[in-house]
Design a protein around this ligand. Structure first.
Ligand SMILES: Cc1ncc(C[n+]2csc(CCOP(=O)(O)OP(=O)(O)O)c2C)c(N)n1
Ligand SMILES: [Mg+2]
Length: 562
């Protein structure tokens, strides 16, 4: 059997069910072999799109994403997506054909490209080792790494000689075994939470899927619950949910987090975005970080207590420690329902009411700036939040507009929000929505884009139409790179390089096979209701001409991070 076929079938045997890509001569056989082995192949129109789709699919399903690429330009086209995945620690396997001949037009330094963006470089070394090489790369990806597996054409063309009686590839476990926390660390964290009067948990990507354990501990110590942007939705429905911490936080969420006396980051880097450059950490706060990767602890800011350990196991052990003390009569003097604590922590009936009334951005009063020609992006987002079914997946591109859909569109849980923003690239939002749509066909995928990001990633509109995905794409169209306009405008600099004439993006969508709607005021959104009530045979593209008198509140924060 040809090595390319053995590797494709072998990867399918390891558990690859879905692969994305753009097929050229160098990845033709390996991709067909994946399909022959039972995997579904999704053809994208640009390798950047294919890679981001695989990344979003991996984030949404929790499984290893796979993308297959042609040699040379196939890989270089994918580099932005690979960088995003690597920075996000997405388990992603990039099958990158490689031209081994240095004089070939297609030759590039594959390992060098991978290393340059923080991905792990792997390769098929020889026909004899190829299957083991592929299996090793897959296992590395499973450990939350983005792996670029070089597939040299000469190795792919070689013959794979199965050794009679040799066992085939072993399907990888769905999860690696997570590390348990040290007993002393559990005692120390239990001690802090027992004394805490205003504890706040900030859950990050590493806490996704661990809601039950975190809520149990939060109940035991009276903590309020927040997330980083990438874990938005994790505590949906909890009366103590503050939603996202950081630049996107609503005024009440920011107030309550900055008044915390103990902040625990759970699988969360506590980076400048999540902590607003430290402004959300009050001088009185003790900072704790729990992470199964010891290298992540203290990486972004010093912490008072670092707990290397799995999020769920740590939460469970600390809750048990608090509960055990309560049962023994412990410290007594409880004023609330929390056993083993001196107080009910941060929780009170009054605060619960305040959170219910004020914590959502859509409950924060604003002056609607819609003028009949252009709709206020807040109004647009609130109307869409009301119209779109609750079972949705929201994907967001980068730009000035990005906080509106992130903060005004609610999501059913953490899998309902896909935020490919670790590299802060524009143009990834559409492909993110496609990957998430394929991962969760039971939910309506909504991709929220700026006009700049929409036109940068435009080739994948064809993929949406061709696959018949019933997606909604909403473009916050200010006819500009609004982020730059609002950042540099106040200095009086010329802005011609970042402004564009009006584009009929609804017509562009119709050209690709979408139903296209131009929205200038809330009344035009009736067309969205019509689409939702109809058969949804064609995807919907909303070109919303938005007001842009001033920049958004998180933009200033973002530019501080440059
Ligand atoms: C690939 C890439 N190129 C350029 C930038 C710089 N940049 C950041 S935001 C932005 C403007 C995006 O415009 P648009 O999508 O219309 O969103 P808006 O800011 O107008 O809301 C640009 C060019 C970037 N982040 N990524
Ligand atoms: Mg714009």
């Amino acid at each position: 059997m040809r090595v390319a076929d053995a590797v494709g079938r072998g990867l399918a045997g390891l558990g690859v069910t879905t692969a994305f890509g753009v097929v050229g001569s160098g990845n033709f056989h390996v991709t067909n072999a994946l399909v022959a082995g039972g995997a579904r192949f999704i053809a994208a129109r640009h390798e950047g799109g294919a890679t981001v789709m695989a990344d979003a699919w991996a984030r949404t399903t929790g499984s290893v994403g796979v993308v297959t690429l042609h040699q040379g330009p196939g890989l270089t086209n994918a580099m932005t997506g690979i960088a995003e995945a690597a920075k996000s620690r997405t388990p992603l396997l990039v099958l990158a054909a490689e031209a081994p001949e240095v004089r070939s037009n297609f030759h590039v330094d594959v390992a060098g490209l991978a290393a340059a963006v923080g991905a792990v470089a792997e390769r098929l070394y020889s026909p004899a080792s190829a299957l083991a090489d592929a299996q090793r790369a897959y296992a590395t990806a499973l450990g939350r790494r983005t792996v670029v597996l070089a597939l040299p054409l000469n190795v792919q063309a070689g013959q794979h000689q199965p050794i009679p009686g040799e066992p085939g590839p072993v399907p990888a476990p769905a999860r690696m075994f997570p590390p348990a926390p040290a007993a002393e660390a559990v005692t120390a964290l239990a001690g802090l939470l027992r004394e805490a009067r205003r504890p706040v948990f900030v859950a990050g990507r590493g806490a996704r899927g661990q809601r039950a354990e975190l809520e149990r501990l939060a109940d035991a110590c009276g903590a309020l619950l927040a997330t980083s942007a990438v874990a938005k939705g994790l505590f949906r429905g909890s009366p103590w949910n503050l939603d996202v911490s950081g630049g996107f936080a609503s005024p009440l969420a920011a107030e309550l987090i900055s008044e915390a006396d103990v902040i625990v980051g759970w699988g969360c880097s506590l980076n400048m975005w999540t902590m607003r450059h430290g402004k959300l950490i009050g001088p009185q706060a003790t900072l704790v970080q729990v992470d199964d990767d010891p290298a992540a602890i203290g990486a972004h800011r010093p912490v008072h207590l670092g707990v290397p350990g799995d999020v769920a196991q740590t939460a469970r052990a600390v809750a048990d420690a608090l509960g055990a003390e309560g049962r023994q009569g412990g410290r007594g003097g409880e004023t609330g329902s929390v056993r083993g604590k001196k107080s009910a922590g941060y929780r009170s009936a009054e605060l619960r009411e305040r959170i219910a009334a004020e914590v959502r951005w859509r409950d924060v009063a604003y002056a609607d700036e819609s003028d009949g020609e252009r709709i206020d992006p807040r109004t647009l987002s609130i109307v869409l939040d009301d119209l779109l079914p609750a079972e949705r997946t929201v994907a967001v591109d980068s730009g000035n507009f990005m906080g509106y859909p992130s903060m005004y569109l609610s999501v059913p849980d953490e899998a309902g929000f896909c935020f490919t923003q670790a590299f802060q690239s524009i143009g990834l939002g559409l492909a993110t929505g496609i990957g998430a749509a394929i991962a969760r066909p039971d939910r309506l995928a909504v991709a929220a884009l700026g006009d700049g990001g929409a036109l940068m990633g435009v080739s994948e509109l064809e993929t949406v139409a061709r696959l018949g995905l019933p997606m909604v794409i909403v473009v916050y169209d200010d006819e500009a790179y609004g982020a730059e306009v609002h950042h540099f405008g106040p200095d009086g600099d010329p802005l011609d390089t970042v402004r564009f004439p009006p584009a009929d993006i609804a017509a562009i969508g119709r050209g690709f096979g979408f139903e296209g709607v131009t929205v200038r005021d809330a009344g035009n959104l009736a067309a969205v209701r019509g689409w939702l009530e109809g058969p949804r045979e064609r995807p919907l593209l909303i070109d919303a001409k938005v007001t842009s008198a001033h920049g958004s509140w998180w933009l200033e924060e973002a530019f501080r991070g440059h």
